[in-house]
Structure formats: structure tokens, C-alpha cells
Design a binder for this molecule. Sequence first.
Ligand code: AP5
Length: 217
Amino acid sequence: MSRPLRIVMLGPPGSGKGTRAHIISELYGIPVITTGDMLREAVAKGTEYGKIAGGYMSRGELVPDEIVNGVVGERLSMSDLENGFILDGFPRSAPQAEFLDSFLEEHGLKLDHVIYVTLDDEAIVKRLSNRRSCPSCGEVYHLVSMPPKKEGVCDKCGSELVLRDDDRPSVIRNRLEVYREKTQPLLKKYRDKGLMREVPGDYPLDQLQEQLKRILG
Ligand code: AP5
């Protein structure tokens, strides 16, 4: 049996972290933990922390660290992660990175790779206004580069696709600001640890599998 693979996906909003996380998940059979999807589910269900998170998310701000660390800590303690995990959208701030370090240390675990997906701001704004997401299963499409087979309908589960609330240009600009202020400083930390693998967010979609296999070995 191959050794576990523990990966963090880093990069600005819309750079393509989720798309790559799902390709890696299929290639290596390890679960993706997407904090954005977990929080959106909590908002939709109206749970206690979902009620708090909703306002931050619709403004494009980070949900408070205590909430996100709690959600991620609970998920990382589940038993289906013995072959590893892909953290998509976590950590995004210094306190979250510290929380992850402590969790891994306490459990005698190590990160293997931090995949940093890069893309410039203009491309991000353009791309996110063409993104359509499935609110039921989380599948992501792009109206031009990755359209669903039937317009407006998820290929996987048949639900109606939506434009996310925070994919409006004014909110995207704020998400980019927040990314620069809170998340970008983490790049140095992971670069210094020798974990960073930088990939361009506009790499041809039909070549992503091969590229990721090359990087991850
Ligand atoms: P989240 O849902 O994590 O949003 P994000 O990080 O802003 O990232 P996105 O999901 O928008 O983009 P992505 O990089 O995954 O790109 P994708 O693969 O979809 O977070 C939302 C909110 O939740 C946050 O703003 C915050 O409020 C809260 N939150 C989440 N985590 C948190 C945390 N840890 N702490 C605090 N708050 C948190 O691709 C984008 C589009 O591009 C798609 O249409 C795709 O089809 C297309 N595409 C991808 N790759 C390519 C390519 N190579 N060529 C052409 N098109 C491509």
C-alpha cells in the first residue's frame, strides 16, 4: 500500500484550487476537505455557526478563525483520512496555519506538499463570473472552458447550477484584498519549509492530470 499523502491547496480565490483538489482526489483516492463547501452547507442548513459565517462569506471576508479551526479540527479527527487528505482553502491565516501545525504535531503527522495555484486578478474576476457551482454536490463548471453537458444542470447529480453570491465582481475584489492581507503571508512559511509546489492556474485543463501526477510522483 502506498504511503499517505497530505496536501494543502493555497492560492487566490478562483485560481483553480478546488478543480485540482478534485483531480488529485480521484487520482490518489484521498478525500478533499473544502472549508468553503463545509461553511456553505452550514449556512444552508442554518446551523449555529452557519448563521455567523453567512455574513462574512457574502462580504468576501474570512470567517473567524475559532469557527473554522473548530470545523476543520473535527473533520481531521474522522477515521476516513488514514490515506491522507487534501485541504482546499485551509489554512488562510496565521492562526489557522498554527492550528494545523499543532494538530499535525499532536498526531505525529506531516504535510507532504503545499500546492500554490497562481493567477492574476483580472483573469480571476473574468473567470469567477463564468463559474457555475452545484449547491448539492459541490461540482464546479465554467461556462466556456468546462460547461455542463446540459445547460444549467449538474452532470453529476442533476441539480440546478448557481452563480455563487460571492462571485459578483465587487465581492471578488474584496476576497482578493483579504487574500493578499491574510493568506499570502503563509507562502513564505511553506516555501521556507521546502513544501511549496507552484503551478499556473491557467494551465490547459486537459493536461492537469498529467501535470499533477508529475508533481506528486
Ligand atoms: P472558498 O469556497 O474556499 O472560495 P475561494 O478560496 O475563494 O476559492 P474558490 O472556490 O472561489 O476558487 P478555487 O481556487 O477553488 O477555483 P475553482 O477550482 O473553483 O471560500 C469561500 C468563502 O468561505 C471565503 O471567502 C470565506 O468567507 C469562507 N472561507 C472558506 N475557507 C475559509 C477559511 N479557511 N477561513 C476563513 N474563511 C473561510 O476554479 C474557478 C473556476 O475556474 C471554475 O469555473 C473552473 O472550472 C475554472 N478553472 C479552473 N482551472 C482552470 C484552468 N486551468 N483553465 C480554465 N479554467 C479553469
